[in-house]
Write a protein that binds this ligand. Structure first.
Ligand SMILES: Nc1ncnc2c1ncn2[C@@H]1O[C@H](COP(=O)(O)OP(=O)(O)O)[C@@H](O)[C@H]1O
Ligand SMILES: [Mg+2]
Length: 243
């Protein structure tokens, strides 16, 4: 891993008509790190992730990985959307095989797919079709696909919505593992406890703009709070101040 293995976002801006959904946003996430993107509904979290995933064209700003413009044609950016979709008629294994062909992986993809299915506890679901999978399983298929194509940047949007406590714990562990494996993880969530548990750094977003950024300790200090205050307290203090 080199210092160059990082996502650098500078001045990202995205408008929908008169709405400035993302307004000059800048941040960095290094390989092996989890950054939390938090903010109220409509803050611009999903739009940010979609721009980084290449699903929405940004109006301006730069996104780089390792010093080069971030590419979207090589599978290195994986998006786990809030409503994860997999091909309804393909089995879990076929879905991974489709991704392997799409990304022109060599025959070793099969062994890698087995490993990822084992790791994400999907092996016993391998012959189930996408249409029969729960949300938690669809998320895991998408994460397995991102692992298979060796995504270096994982964009994860509101991963806990609709999961039971067991599923939530699994997702927490998985995101930690994917980061430990060297992925840069950008986690958007309005569940501040989750972000506090996982993220080393946080950007607080409101109306498309950064209100504060840093480690949770730095945010606490910026908000004039003490070590016993949690991210939720910090979040409300910072949003109150910025009006
Ligand atoms: N496709 C779209 N067309 C028009 N406005 C949109 C679209 N997507 C998002 N917006 C607007 O952009 C802003 C940011 O939305 P979003 O990124 O979904 O926020 P968040 O994920 O933080 O809840 C909101 O004002 C939302 O209404
Ligand atoms: Mg959203």
């Amino acid at each position: 891993m080199t210092g160059a293995d990082r996502l650098v976002v500078e001045g990202l801006t995205k408008r929908f008509g008169k709405t400035v959904a993302v307004d000059g946003l800048s941040f960095e996430v290094g390989a092996g790190h989890i950054m939390g993107l938090v903010g109220p509904n409509g803050a611009g979290k999903t739009t940010t992730l979609y721009c980084l995933a290449g699903l929405l064209p940004a109006d301006s700003g730069e996104t780089r990985w390792g010093g080069q413009a971030l590419r979207h044609d090589d599978g290195r950016v994986g998006l786990v959307p809030e409503s994860p979709e997999v091909y309804p008629a393909l089995t879990v294994y076929e879905h991974l095989g489709f991704l392997a062909r799409l990304h022109r992986l060599g025959p070793e993809w099969q062994a890698a797919a087995e490993r990822w299915m084992e790791r994400l506890d999907l092996a016993r679901h391998r012959d189930k079709v996408g249409g029969a999978l729960s949300k938690g399983l669809r998320q895991r298929v998408i994460l397995a696909g991102a692992g298979l194509v060796r995504a270096r940047l994982l964009l994860v949007d509101e991963p806990m919505i609709g999961l039971d406590p067991m599923g939530q714990r699994e997702v927490r562990e998985l995101l930690r593992e994917m980061a430990a494996d060297g992925a840069a993880v950008l986690l958007s969530s309005h569940q501040l406890g989750l972000v506090e548990a996982l993220a080393e750094s946080v950007v607080i977003l409101d109306q498309g703009r950064e209100r504060a950024a840093g480690t949770i300790d730095e945010l606490r200090a910026a908000a004039g709070l003490s070590a016993s205050d949690d991210l939720e307290t910090v979040f409300f203090r910072i949003l109150d101040r910025s009006g």
